[in-house]
Design a protein around this ligand. Structure first.
Ligand code: URA
Length: 239
């Protein structure tokens, strides 16, 4: 998703009858408000979510929305599907049609799905460089061993993309269950990592993304993220 940041004079020329050069005068006459404050420079940034008012008329007032959903099995991580219900069908929010999904889950995978209309935020959450752990509970068809822990820490080679997965942390909970934390989200990544050991994933459930945890949210329900969840999602170490 492209960044939607614009310079104030460019924004004014694209969204009003005034030109780039008129903006300097509008500023001097204190006719522009950005997020409730009088604009002071043609170089001020107008982001996707800046509220812009010119002569008392609102030119832009889009609000960022951040939602978490506890996805049930058999729901598609898409905004539209002809056959099945989608994660969007489970959300009631007036801006729901603006939302996109941050890190899809497979049809039968359950758990935490994040949705937003803020492209910059979803990019930061998804980038491996941000090092946000996406944690899954996994149920396998064959017994686990300590061999998996070392292999996942080293990285698993994915021939199709010609990449080795980033170091991942596996905690074995029982013979057939484990918790796996990844900092990236390649296509079917968890299933393919266990596939290296010919061990089929029978159930997969995402419990958290960084400090954003599903705890307390019923299956099929959604809620807005709290300010604290948003702050810590920007910086996983800030608590
Ligand atoms: N990895 C998978 O294999 N499937 C998911 O749904 C999520 C991660």
């Amino acid at each position: 998703m492209k960044s939607k940041t614009n310079r104030l004079d460019r924004f004014i020329s694209q969204n009003s009858v005034f030109s780039l050069s008129d903006t300097r005068l509008l500023i001097a006459q204190k006719r522009i408000l950005l997020d409730g404050h009088v604009a002071h420079s043609i170089q001020q940034k107008v982001t996707e979510f800046t509220h812009v008012v010119l002569d008392g008329n609102c030119l832009k007032d889009k609000n960022p929305v951040y939602i978490m959903l506890n996805k049930p099995q058999g729901v598609v991580s898409a905004t539209k599907d002809l056959k099945h219900s989608t994660v969007l069908d489970l959300i009631q929010h007036p801006q729901k049609n603006e939302l996109h999904i941050v890190g899809r889950l497979d049809f039968n995978t359950t758990g935490l799905v994040l949705l937003t209309n803020d492209g910059a935020w979803s990019r930061r959450i998804s980038l491996p460089e941000t090092k946000l752990a996406k944690t899954y509970e996994v149920t396998l068809s064959k017994p686990l061993s300590d061999e998996y822990i070392a292999a996942f820490r080293e990285g698993i080679y994915f021939g199709y993309e010609n990449i080795t997965t980033q170091p991942a942390c596996l905690e074995i909970l029982s013979e057939y269950t484990a918790k796996l934390s990844l900092i990236e989200g390649k296509y079917h990544q968890v299933k393919r990592m266990f596939g290296f050991f010919q061990n089929e994933v029978l159930a997969l459930h995402r419990v958290s993304v960084g400090h954003i945890s599903l705890e307390g949210l019923e299956v099929g329900r959604s809620r807005l993220l709290t300010t604290k969840e948003l702050v810590t999602s920007e910086n996983p170490y800030a608590l």
